[in-house]
Design a protein around this ligand. Structure first.
Ligand code: S3P
Length: 169
């Protein structure tokens, strides 16, 4: 892939965007940016605090603003997005214009197992019981799939290696 280019990683909460993003950035010699971490640093608030103070709509506005900022600032980067990023404010079209978008695709049950002990930092699922969590994932994933599936590359981490993904970038 071109040395000066951007890769956006998208997918549901818990699919491994940040973990994969760090590895890809290292191997491709690019900067790594985690959009949620970037927003927290810039706003000096946690994602939970932002949701508490301005609600989801307020968070989506900030997410759009900082996505644009990061895309402008970094030419050569792997950017891992939040789970909802591609589904709001025209962000998916924006990312497709600026670089390659990789969807990390996993089934609801696998996401649920991964998220069971990772609920606290995620306001959308923090208060859900185990049963509610799986139902929530199924519903949200079907709402969000039409966006995720517009990605340039679909990556199945259970069936494909990172080296194979890199060859497709
Ligand atoms: C969200 C996912 C989170 C974070 C926020 C909202 C979502 O990011 O942006 O809590 O709407 O799916 P992760 O996918 O990194 O957990």
């Amino acid at each position: 892939m071109k040395s000066n280019s951007k890769v956006f990683l998208v997918g549901f909460m818990g699919c491994g965007k940040s973990t994969l993003g760090k590895k890809l950035a290292r191997k491709l010699n690019k900067e790594f940016i985690d959009l949620d971490d970037f927003i927290e640093e810039q706003e000096k608030l946690t994602i939970n605090e932002i949701f508490e103070q301005v609600g989801e709509a307020g968070f989506r506005a900030l997410e759009n603003k900082w996505l644009k900022f990061v895309s402008q600032k970094y030419d050569n980067a792997v950017i891992s997005c939040g789970g909802g990023t591609p589904c709001f404010n025209g962000n998916m079209n924006f990312m497709l214009e600026k670089g390659k978008v990789v969807y990390i695709q996993l089934p609801p049950k696998v996401l649920c197992d991964r998220l069971t002990n990772e609920r606290q930092k995620r306001p959308l699922i923090a208060k859900l019981s185990d049963n509610e969590l799986l139902e929530f994932i199924k519903t949200k994933l079907s709402e969000r799939s039409p966006y995720y599936l517009q990605s340039s590359i679909l990556f199945d981490p259970l069936g494909e290696t990172e080296v194979e993904l890199m060859e497709r970038l």
